[in-house]
Structure formats: structure tokens, C-alpha cells
Design a protein around this ligand. Structure first.
Ligand code: SF4
Length: 369
């Protein structure tokens, strides 16, 4: 497997790639040409938060759940995943062994996924399970590494996405008396609250503190233990942004992603996953006005798509996912050229042990949703 960032190795295998020599237009033209040439063996998946120039090459677009579901039935050998690392790992796990999943930029990670690692989760589990006799069911948001998905599979839990979190958490609460939800505290808190769990029944485990900053008594008393993680993009939206927008235009409907803080989620008119946001705007009558609390590339795309509606970002600041932003047409071109040369680069492969248990947790999620 080649490493795109080892320029010496890249040059040895792909002497024709010199990213400094091609203009943006030439890069796009070459991507188009190569995509056409490789169409019988290639499919490109694009997450909604990708930039327009990248998304224009995607055969399938969607949010995490939609892309994971679509990836299951792909029949082309090469899958280029224009998204972030954990999504490409999921695609590798749900596709058959003969598929090659490629991430155009290996540094396209997710700041939320980086807020929990396997060592920290194992340590927290030891403390939490020692603190109470009651059964704890672990649930992880799909935005995490395969190693964390595997932990959940090993401990009879499930994965969830923002589209199916309600169903998965309800399932977990029927199965056990408590819930450990990671890595996103906001999705966990908002969904649990929607299901009738009060805020004082939830505690936050912070891995930077001794025992997560909790006492065994607090764990025993709590219904839900939330990991401290968050999405830096969605946490950027504030209640003041809602107040400001509503003051300016009371007819504006505020619609936000459940990765936003409780304060924002509670005060918004509507909240739901990326696909919920897209569908709601799509079905709204002409003349509707939306202030959207999610990643800016998607908001801008929705704004261009629905000229008869007013669609603005909820925040006056750029809420950009900088890790998604790393995937550029230049890296897509490098991936396409490498496929053409039968020397795929940036291949994402999850080891068998991790995959076995992560798949158990993924299958559980697909069963519930
Ligand atoms: S938007 Fe947030 S959760 Fe999604 S990939 Fe970017 S950092 Fe991660």
C-alpha cells in the first residue's frame, strides 16, 4: 500500500503526478476523463459536507447512514470514499472482501472521533462497571474509529447514527438499566431527553479527569453516562444565533443537527439528521425560509438548489468541517491515477478481529433501523 504523503514513494510509482504543475481546471478535466475511463470498476461516494468540486464527481451522495447502507450493495471493485476516515473504515467493513476502499486524503479525520480512543474507553468501562451492579449497554455514534465500534460489539451494544439514534437508544434502554453513550455528548443528551430522560439523570464522563470526574455513587445513580466528546462544527452554533435570526426575521424556521448543544437543539424549531434537514427543506413549500445549523458546504448547496426558498446558515461565522475540507480534487486525481496504474493508494483496511466485532455492532444497528 502506498502512502500519499510519502512523496518519494508516490513519485516512484506515479511519476506523472506533480500536483504543483496542474491548474485547478486541468485537475478537474483529468478527474472527469479518468472517472469515465474507470467507470466499470469504480464508484465514488461523497458525504454531504464535501465541497461542490468534489461532490460533482460522486456517484452516490448521502449522510453517514445512507452511505453505509449503500456501500453494502456496491458491485464495483474500487470505492473512493470522499468523506472522513471513520466513514471509509465503515465502507471497508460492510463491503465484500474483494472491494478496495480508498480515502483520497489519509489526514481527513474527524475531531469528534479523535476525542475517544480504545484505551480510554476500556479504562472507563472498567471504572463504570465496577461502580454499579446494574447492566450498562454501550452505544457508540458511528463517528468513531473501528476499534470503538468493535468495543461495542464485544460488549453487546450497538452503533447509531443521527438518523436512528432514537430507535437505538430505546432498544438499549429496554436491554439494560443504564447507557454509556460515546463519543458525542450532545447527540446522546438531546436524544435521551427526547425519550423522556431528565438532564439530572445524565452525567458526563471526561477521560482527562480521574475516573472521568465521576464518583461510583454518581455512576450508580445516573441513567445515562455521556462521553465528553463533541463536534467542533456543530458546537459552534449558539442560542444567541437563534435569538438574533428570530429577531431579524420571525418567519425564519430554525432547523439544526442534533450534534448541536442542548441549548440550541431545545430552542430550534426543528432538529434532525443531515438527511432529515435535506428532506424537510426539499418538501417545504416555495417561499419557505430556513436558518440551518449544520456544516456550511451543505447549507450553501441547499441554498443554490432551492432558488425559490431562502436558506441561510444559522451562524454568522463559517461553520466548516476542516477535516472534510481536506479532500480536494487533486487528491481524488492521485487516487484515480493510482487505480489506473493498478497501484491503489490510501487503501483503508480494517483488521479481521476489529471487523468481526465492529460488524456485530453495525449489524445490530441495521437490524434496529
Ligand atoms: S462535521 Fe463534525 S462530526 Fe462530522 S466529520 Fe466534521 S468534525 Fe466530525
Amino acid at each position: 500500500m502506498l502512502d500519499l504523503y510519502d512523496k518519494k514513494e508516490l513519485k516512484a510509482h506515479l511519476p506523472e503526478i506533480d500536483e504543483s504543475e496542474l491548474s485547478e481546471t486541468e485537475v478537474l478535466e483529468q478527474c472527469l476523463k479518468l472517472k469515465e475511463e474507470l467507470k466499470d470498476e469504480l464508484v465514488i461516494l461523497g458525504h454531504h459536507y464535501q465541497q461542490d468540486d468534489v461532490i460533482s464527481f460522486a456517484d452516490i451522495t448521502g449522510d453517514s447512514l445512507q452511505l453505509a447502507q449503500k456501500a453494502k450493495s456496491l458491485d464495483k471493485k474500487y470505492v473512493i470514499f470522499c468523506g472522513v476516515h471513520f466513514m471509509a473504515e465503515t465502507a471497508d467493513m460492510v463491503t465484500t472482501e474483494d472491494k478496495v476502499v480508498i480515502l483520497p486524503d489519509m489526514k481527513a479525520g474527524c475531531s469528534m472521533a479523535d476525542m475517544a480512543n480504545r484505551r480510554e474507553i476500556d479504562k472507563s468501562w472498567e471504572f463504570l462497571t465496577k461502580s454499579t451492579d446494574k447492566k450498562i449497554v454501550p452505544i457508540t455514534y458511528i463517528n468513531c474509529t473501528a476499534a470503538l465500534k468493535s468495543f461495542v460489539g464485544e460488549n453487546d451494544g450497538s452503533i447509531c447514527t443521527s438518523s436512528n439514534a432514537k430507535g437505538v437508544i430505546s432498544w438499549a434502554l429496554e436491554k439494560g438499566e443504564k447507557l454509556l453513550f460515546f463519543p458525542d455528548q450532545h447527540l446522546g443528551r438531546n436524544t435521551c431527553f427526547e425519550l423522556g430522560i431528565q438532564l439530572d439523570e445524565m452525567v458526563v464522563y471526561d477521560p482527562r479527569k480521574l475516573n472521568g470526574g465521576l464518583t461510583p455513587e454518581a455512576v450508580d445513580k445516573a441513567k445515562v453516562i455521556l462521553w465528553y466528546g463533541y463536534c467542533s462544527v456543530h458546537q459552534g452554533f449558539k442560542k444567541e444565533h437563534i435569538d438574533l435570526i428570530k429577531k431579524k426575521d420571525p418567519e425564519m424556521t430554525v432547523i439544526v443537527h442534533p450534534e448541536c448543544s442542548y441549548d440550541v437543539w431545545k430552542n430550534a424549531d426543528m432538529a434532525g439528521s443531515t438527511s432529515f434537514i435535506c428532506n424537510t427543506i426539499d418538501q417545504a413549500p416555495s417561499g419557505s425560509k430556513f436558518a440551518v445549523g449544520t456544516e456550511i458546504n451543505l447549507v450553501n448547496r441547499l441554498n443554490s438548489k432551492y432558488e425559490d426558498k431562502e436558506i441561510v446558515s444559522l451562524s454568522p461565522y463559517q461553520c466548516l468541517c476542516t477535516t472534510m475540507y481536506r479532500v480536494r480534487p487533486r487528491w481524488l486525481l492521485a487516487s484515480l491515477k493510482a487505480i489506473k496504474n493498478k497501484q491503489p493508494i490510501n487503501v483503508i483496511k480494517v483488521d479481521d478481529h476489529t471487523k468481526k466485532f465492529a460488524m456485530k455492532a453495525l449489524d445490530q444497528m441495521f437490524k434496529i433501523s
